[in-house]
Write a protein that binds this ligand. Structure first.
Ligand SMILES: [Zn+2]
Length: 172
């Protein structure tokens, strides 16, 4: 007589846990977010010892371990340092929603940034072949801003204005 194998029933409990919480941004990140919301300004803080920017700002220089007390506004334009093209969107752990794929995340060195402080955000681009290191991009701010990093909607590629007599498109 064949031995019966039984697979135990698996019981799955599906629940969405909602725990209302509020976090203080602290004075440093708070200023960064307030400047985005109220003035569309990108503010980095600066280490008094080594002079490097931190973006987003943090209270202490990650290299020198001293309080980063200075502030500087950085322009909303720069060059792509690196990027990821994402083809599989994992669900947002807070909302369960997934983003349409493919999408592009990029690390941008804003003009004038000192040290290793690229700003990381989405890049809105239709043609993935246009995405390369060194490509010039600008920040597009959200129309309605609430003091979050989503106040930056995304980066977009800066299109050079066509100037009269500038090339025929025949150059190789
Ligand atoms: Zn430093």
């Amino acid at each position: 007589m064949a031995e019966e194998t039984s697979v135990p029933e698996r019981i799955v409990s599906r629940q969405v846990l909602a725990i209302p919480q509020r976090f203080s941004t602290g004075p440093v990140m708070g200023r960064f977010l307030r400047e985005l919301r109220d003035h569309k300004r990108i503010m980095a803080n600066k280490c008094p010892k080594c002079g490097r920017h931190q973006l987003p700002p943090r209270e202490v220089c990650a290299v020198c371990h001293v309080e980063a007390t200075g502030w500087e506004e950085l322009p909303p334009e720069g060059a792509i340092r690196d990027f990821d093209v994402v083809y599989y969107a994992s669900p947002d752990p807070l909302t369960g929603e997934t983003r349409q794929v493919p999408y592009v995340l990029c690390w941008v060195d804003l003009d004038g940034t000192q040290g290793d402080a690229p700003l990381w955000h989405l890049l809105n681009v239709e043609n993935l072949a246009e995405v390369r290191r060194g490509v010039r991009v600008r920040v597009v701010f959200a129309d309605e801003r609430h003091g979050t990093t989503e106040d930056i909607r995304h980066f977009e590629i800066i299109r050079e204005e066509a100037s009269p007599g500038a090339g025929t498109g025949a150059e190789s």
